[in-house]
Design a binder for this molecule. Structure first.
Ligand code: GLU
Length: 296
């Protein structure tokens, strides 16, 4: 089946269900029934269906790109954050105390805050620059309404950051890091933009302009951490159903990587109890079933 036919078929078959995230009030205003899907192939072709050109809040999907940017500099970020699945909710505090302020992995909030701290001041601008280049869309920016709403409701993330600071695992002031972190989560992008920006992970670290961001093993490692930790405390279920490295966000987006073939982004804001898009996981499940393209 041609990829365009495939994405059209998937878009016509899935049914959005669940509830939108409302702990960040600005996120609660999106249409829960929206659905978009884009597949970008290694040669840069994009096949889209539904509202694949509509920007949405990327939220935790940003954590994949900040990790990649940090690893592109060096790998000492791994002295500050682990790479085991947490089995706990993405904003949990409990493990931090028993594990002396070292977060389990870079995709839970505590771990992502450490990675942002590692990148330092200007982290969100560097991220924006990277995302604009890879997607070829210079219009990508921060949604100011989401950023303000998130900053106003960031007590939990602030607590995580202060807790890690008490263990000496923060280099910059908590306020500065939190502002960068909230900006990165509040970036708005479409499925098409995100699928293109994820291609470097399908190309074993090589960017769309042919230059290399990551070595082959660093790219493999980012994909591995996505597979084991990328979909909150449902990463096992995601691997079981979809069989691809993936990263979700509470804005309802999920990116997924088929190494050597393509990158996929799906968006549908209604989430299940663990925070993953219901129609998004369903669409990716159908994609790997129909194509046979999983890593297993
Ligand atoms: N900005 C959100 C938070 O920090 C990201 C959560 C997510 O998408 O998992 O709570």
């Amino acid at each position: 089946m041609e990829l365009q036919q495939l994405v059209d078929r998937i878009a016509s078959e899935v049914t959005p269900g669940g509830a939108v995230a409302d702990y960040i009030p600005a996120l609660a205003r999106v249409d829960p029934h929206a659905f978009g899907l884009a597949v970008a192939t290694l040669d840069g072709e994009v096949f889209g269906a539904g509202r694949h050109e509509r920007p949405f809040s990327i939220q935790s999907i940003s954590k994949v790109f900040t990790l990649a940017l940090a690893l592109a500099e060096n790998d000492d970020v791994w002295t500050r954050v682990g790479r085991e699945p947490s089995g706990s909710p993405f904003n949990s505090l409990v493990q931090l105390e028993t594990e002396q302020g070292i977060p389990r992995n870079p995709f839970i909030n505590a771990g992502a805050v450490v990675v942002t701290d590692h990148l330092g001041l200007g982290a969100s601008d560097r991220l924006l620059e990277f995302l604009r280049r890879e997607s070829g869309n210079p219009g990508i920016g921060v949604d100011p309404e989401v950023a303000e709403s998130e900053l106003d409701h960031s007590d939990r993330n602030r607590a995580l950051a202060h807790f890690m600071a008490s263990y000496g695992n923060m280099r910059n002031p908590v306020d500065v890091v939190l502002r960068e972190y909230v900006r990165q989560c509040s970036i708005a992008m479409s499925c098409t933009d995100l699928a293109k920006a994820t291609l470097f992970l399908a190309r074993h670290g090589v960017r769309n302009d042919g230059t290399r961001l990551l070595g082959v093993s660093a790219a493999k490692r980012v994909n591995a951490v996505m597979l084991t930790c990328g979909t909150y405390d449902a990463a096992g279920q995601f691997a079981y159903r979809v069989g691809l490295p993936g990263k979700s966000g509470v804005g309802g987006g999920i990116i997924a990587v088929v190494p050597g073939r393509c990158a996929i982004c799906v968006w549908s804001p209604a989430l299940d109890a663990r925070g993953n898009s219901v129609a998004g996981v369903d669409a990716l499940d159908r994609f790997t079933t129909l194509t046979g393209w999983s890593v297993f």
